[in-house]
Design a protein around this ligand. Sequence first.
Ligand SMILES: Cc1cc2nc3c(=O)[nH]c(=O)nc-3n(C[C@H](O)[C@H](O)[C@H](O)COP(=O)(O)OP(=O)(O)OC[C@H]3O[C@@H](n4cnc5c(N)ncnc54)[C@H](O)[C@@H]3O)c2cc1C
Length: 382
Amino acid sequence: MVDFALSDEQRAVRDWVRTFVQRELVPLEPEVLRRERAGEPGITREESRALQLKARESGFWGILTPEEYGGMGLGAITASLLEAELGRTFVPFRFGGAADNILFHGNEEQKRRYLLPTIEGERISCFAITEPGAGSDARAIRTSARRDGDDWVINGEKTFITQGNEADFVMVFAVAEEGVTCFLVDRDMGWKSEPIQTMGQWGPAALVFDDVRVPAENVLGEVGGGFALALQWIGQGRYLLPSRAIGSCERLIEMAVAQANSRTTFGEPLAERQAIQWMVADSVVELQALRLLVLHAAWQVEAGKDSRQAQSIAKLYGGVKANEIVDRVLQIHGGMGYTRELPIERWYRELRLLRIYEGTDEIQRRTIARNVLKGHVPVSWE
Ligand SMILES: Cc1cc2nc3c(=O)[nH]c(=O)nc-3n(C[C@H](O)[C@H](O)[C@H](O)COP(=O)(O)OP(=O)(O)OC[C@H]3O[C@@H](n4cnc5c(N)ncnc54)[C@H](O)[C@@H]3O)c2cc1C
């Protein structure tokens, strides 16, 4: 059976978030733009926290976090729908109550010290695998972990680490004699961070580990079992990245429609020109295709199927098409599209990241092609 209808619960939850975005976040947009253009964060940690607590009053806390940890424990399809609603604004907001999936693998003590305070928003984590010499080829990392008595000593450099400046602990991947191992390392154990300026608003950091001493109880999972954890972290929500782009593309196309209907050139609205109509048509078709690819991937996740191929397809298509769509929308706005008076150029810079992080376009294509060429996934519809 193929059923494209949302359940009553999915619709109710989606509608609540749509109203929240419209009432609480969209009004902040002019101020967010003003601050960002003055080189400040668009929204402060306190403002973000206040909004998260407001959402929590209505039960919106820990979208994917299991109920036993105080979350909503929603399924991947609903999470994807909510992410798309949040993507309708560029105000950088996430619901509270979330934590990295691999922290749930910690022992009871690690859960108490790292997982629970992260869920509560009292501690901030970051995930560090990329190095100056190893990005796509993550197996080439060189950061080392050497045993010294009951401790480990970590040396090396990580780069492009999201929240690396704000985090109070890092899940860092280092090479031990037994293989790649994940360590939970508090900032006060001695690692340093340096901000990296990017073309977008997400400012990651370079991290330096210079003889950082870490007690043995801070190994997450098995010694030598780090690579599997890293893959699990990266794979936790690949479908959520293009989900967010769905909402952004909806807003952008709505802006293009308003502009095409109101702007007149040579005596007629732009909306009457076939060149413009085709840009709108292509964008609407691609947005719809993206929705279906993302929902298919989310459905596979929710059904407990092997969703890796579907997630790679959705991530690749979302990155490529969201960038084409924002480019067309900018074009339809002419010179105004290029200015900082409108948020289009901001979305243009932000969406560009989707083609790079958590597996570049080329790496997704490599995965997709390999799965088919090696016969892991059929070309036909399963
Ligand atoms: C804003 C931002 C946030 C990030 N956050 C994090 C984070 O929190 N934690 C973390 O660990 N990392 C993070 N990253 C790192 C990100 O995952 C890497 O940048 C990404 O995986 C690409 O690695 P690279 O930059 O080393 O590029 P490279 O691997 O050097 O690739 C360069 C180019 O070559 C292509 N290429 C590479 N290999 C192949 C191949 N086999 N065939 C064809 N083409 C290929 C790539 O697609 C790319 O176009 C972040 C990056 C950015 C920009």
